[in-house]
Design a binder for this molecule. Structure first.
Ligand code: IMP
Length: 446
């Protein structure tokens, strides 16, 4: 039995969907532990490309249970649509389970999200967060304020109506809300259809642990968007960290075996907020074009830049990564050299190596100091065929040097490398205990 947690190590969009789908092959349960329709996990299957928003990636595999867990905020109408679309394509192969404790994200929250971000923009254009406008912030706020409706409430019409009326009473200042009666009717109908999928999920997972099943906790967003430990206020409203995955599933910390940090070989960010290694020049444009860096949920262009080892060290310490999965190394193939940021130089002359300043404007002033590593060749079909046949031995030596550098700087071994979007375009580098990598880091630092 193994409980693995997959966490985004950058600003989201690290190809977590691809990595969880790959790891789901060994799992019996895959659990989404936070966020909601703001996520877009893209998975390239032989049958075509799928973008999952609210379902766990396990639903794409026979014999796997995909749990939309208690830490999520679920939009019931679009969740049902997502299930129907997958089913119509013949891709809903696993079982769907929806936590009765997950909060319902309602059209009210979507309207409020847009209204709030415009309000920020009116007061100060630089303060706008550029949220996905999917209602995430208001839904989590109502959860904390105890005005929220939970998925179980949708199966009890009288309670649903009562709670919806109270919720509406708190939102008199928000313009353009959908009529309450219409919404109550719609939610009752959808709730009735979703009822067979809604159930307690924590006991399901505890029983699974007792039976020795493998469980994969699929994080959405990323550590640097964590509401407390990210670049506040330019963050999402949940805890997309390893700790958040526990609260978002009900699994105790003592049951977790591995924490896998997922990162791209470069960096991107969508929406506003500090991004020290952003490259707004031609090379950034190159990354956007070759990496296809456009948001899977909103279609917005992603800001692009270089791997930031300061933020990666911070994310490693925050999450306790036991291994890393580095994705999209093929995008950098053919570059003469690959810049990686090893530290920040701050305006007061100090150096930052592994902490994130709590004030976002301090991070904006950080000057990244780069090391330029030798690039690796393009990934032609021939190289990909060799990788499939020979495994990690076929990785170019300069790419190995890059991966070793990541491990040297973080103390966390790289265990998987993604070299293309396809399900089979991932190579396993073998196991090296994190403790050994940390010892090497200490020796290197000393
Ligand atoms: P929200 O989660 O919609 O409230 O958006 C808050 C911030 O997090 C915005 O900058 C979004 O662009 C960003 N964000 C939310 N979800 C994702 C994601 O899945 N990938 C990348 N960025 C995200």
């Amino acid at each position: 039995m193994t409980v693995r947690v997959v966490v985004g190590a950058q600003f989201g969009d690290e190809a977590k969907g691809k990595v969880t789908d790959y790891l789901a092959a060994d799992a019996r349960y895959v659990v989404r532990t936070g966020g909601g329709p703001n996520a877009g996990h893209t998975i390239h299957l032989p049958e075509g490309t799928v973008v999952l928003h609210q379902l766990a990636s396990g639903v794409l595999r026979h014999g796997v249970v995909g749990v939309s867990g208690p830490g999520m905020v679920l939009q019931p109408i679009s969740l049902e649509e997502e299930m129907k679309t997958l089913e119509a394509r013949g891709l809903l192969k696993g079982d769907v389970v929806i936590s009765d404790r997950a909060h319902a994200l309602l059209p009210v929250h979507e309207v409020q999200d847009g209204w709030e971000d415009e309000l920020r923009a009116k007061r100060n254009p630089e303060a706008t967060l550029g949220t996905t406008r999917r209602g995430i912030g208001p839904a989590y706020a109502d959860r904390a304020g105890r005005f929220g409706l939970r998925m179980a409430d949708l199966t009890r019409p009288a309670l649903l109506r009562e709670r919806l009326e109270t919720l509406y009473a708190t939102k008199t200042q928000v313009p353009g809300l959908p009529p309450l009666d219409e919404l109550a009717t719609r939610l009752t109908e959808v709730g009735g259809r979703l009822a067979p999928y809604i159930r307690p999920t924590e006991s399901l997972l505890w029983d699974a642990i007792g039976q020795g099943e493998n469980i994969l906790l699929e994080g959405a967003q990323s550590a640097l968007l964590d509401v407390d430990f990210g670049t506040y206020p330019f963050v999402t409203s949940s805890h997309p960290t390893s700790a958040g995955a526990l609260v978002g599933s009900g699994i105790p910390p003592t049951e977790v075996d591995e924490v896998i940090g997922v990162l791209k070989a470069y960096a991107t960010r969508v929406g506003a907020g500090p991004f020290p290694t952003e490259d707004t020049g031609e090379r950034g444009e190159f990354l956007r074009r070759v990496g296809g860096e456009r948001g899977a949920t909103t279609g917005r262009q992603r800001r692009c830049g270089w791997l930031d080892l300061v933020l990666l060290r911070y994310a490693s310490r925050l999450n306790g990564f036991t291994s890393l999965a580095v994705t999209k190394v093929d995008v950098l193939g053919g570059l003469d050299e690959v810049p990686v940021c090893v530290r920040y130089s701050m305006p007061d002359g100090s150096t930052v190596r592994d902490v994130l300043p709590s004030q976002s404007d301090d991070l904006t002033k950080a000057q990244p100091v780069y090391e330029h590593l030798p690039g690796w060749p393009e990934f032609h079909e021939r190289t990909k065929a060799r990788l499939r046949l020979e495994g990690s031995r076929a990785l170019p030596s300069t790419l190995r040097r890059f991966l070793d550098r990541v491990t040297e700087e973080t103390g966390v071994p790289v265990e998987w490398v993604g070299y293309g979007p396809g399900r089979d375009e991932t190579v396993h580098l073998g196991r090296k205990p994190a403790s050994q990598a940390r010892t090497e880091l200490a020796e290197w630092a000393g």
